[in-house]
Design a protein around this ligand. Structure first.
Ligand code: PLP
Length: 364
């Protein structure tokens, strides 16, 4: 088996939508070619749809999800700004660290891993924060948090949300939920290779942005011209950096596929596959890690049974069945597995194959 043969399943870059993979191999357009400019406009339009926003400033940032996170904070936080960060996993921790590096006075609201964000605790953590930040879908724990409730309770603060693992997988409504700044990644439920960070920023946040952010590359004021008046259709283009044209073509293809299928159908597909997997794991006698009621369908966390070597099971799944599942994150590295059914993998046949393979490897 070659590595390519083996990479049939698993979270992350392993199995994008076929259309998105095929687009990576198309002849490259120049980054100033009018055909590419039109493709970028369409990509920004489709991103508005999956974000659930009309924000003019919606664009794919040319780097991974973490750069989206940096762009979100560096443009909204500077010295002494109070930032309340809801921390219920690894990516909340990363947000807090990025906010600190921007000079923010960070108030971390810690939660037990495996539990969702407690909106009351977060909004009462400080009387006047400039920013409240939270992760919608914590990939480290498989937990969904109620961003709509956080938005309803945010008061005057700007709401900054990580949607890396939620976008195009579960319901996400940036405008209706009061998200002021959001970033995502391409490699999860969007089913595209890693390398771009879909990003959106609304008017409130734009008006309160840091005038001269401590990053040149991620300064949204400069990036605006790159997509034409910050993502508005047909605006004047100025050179900012060379667009990663193949990645944008791939994202365009992935988004086209998703919107042709229809967002509600795509969400339902993720829901069904995740439920099937989770029910099967429980039936096998395994214990799920995330609290009931907040489990993500696209990313399932399950406890490694006592006496089982987590790494050996993962290795066997990969070598015998070509199925890649993730180790746990942070303190749960050896005691939790993370199984992604995202984008193209969010299908019943994928869920059933993972279950059958795991049953075989565990002898259950
Ligand atoms: N936020 C969340 C919730 C993630 O799952 C990830 C990556 O898995 C990131 C941020 C960082 O994204 P990237 O690895 O693309 O930089």
């Amino acid at each position: 088996m070659t590595i390519l043969d083996r990479r049939l399943f698993g979270p992350g870059p392993s199995n994008p939508y076929p259309e998105a993979t095929a687009a990576l191999g198309l002849p490259l357009l120049g980054h100033l070619d009018p055909a590419f400019v039109a493709m970028m406009d369409e990509t920004c339009d489709m991103l508005r749809t999956v974000w659930g926003t009309t924000n003019a400033r919606t664009l794919p940032i040319s780097a991974t999800g973490s750069a989206g996170m940096e762009a979100a904070f560096v443009n909204t936080v500077s010295d002494g700004d109070v930032v309340v960060v809801a921390v219920n996993g690894l990516f909340g921790q990363r947000m807090a660290e990025v906010a600190r590096r921007c000079g923010g006075e960070v108030v971390e609201v810690e939660h037990a891993w495996g539990t969702p964000v407690d909106v009351d605790r977060v909004v009462s953590a400080h009387p006047h924060p400039k920013v409240i930040a939270a992760v919608h879908a914590e990939t480290s724990t498989g937990v969904r948090s109620d961003i709509a409730a956080l938005g309803a309770a945010k008061g005057d603060a700007l709401l900054l949300v990580d949607a890396v693992t939620s976008i195009a997988g579960i319901d996400l409504q940036a405008d209706a939920w009061g998200i002021d700044v959001g970033y995502a990644g391409t490699q999860k439920c969007l089913g595209v290779a890693p390398g771009l960070a879909p990003f959106t920023i609304g008017e409130r946040a734009w008006e309160r942005r840091v005038e001269k952010p401590r990053s040149w590359y991620l300064d949204l004021g400069l990036l605006g011209g790159y997509v034409g008046e910050a993502g508005t259709k047909g605006g004047a283009r100025t050179y900012h950096h060379t667009a990663p044209v193949a990645m944008v073509a791939s994202l365009h293809a992935g988004l086209t596929r998703i919107l042709e299928e229809g967002l509600p159908a795509v969400h339902a597909r993720h829901q069904q596959a995740g439920h099937l997997l989770q029910a099967g794991l429980v039936e096998m006698g395994l214990e799920l890690f995330a609290d009931a009621g907040c489990r993500l369908p696209e990313l399932t966390t399950v406890k490694v049974p006592d006496g089982v070597d987590s790494a050996a099971v993962r290795r066997e799944l990969l070598e015998r069945f070509g199925i890649e599942i993730g180790a746990g994150a942070g303190p749960y590295a050896a005691t939790v597995w993370r199984i992604g059914l995202m984008g193209h993998n969010a299908r019943p046949d994928a869920a059933l194959l993972v279950l059958a393979a795991l049953r075989d490897v565990l002898g259950r």
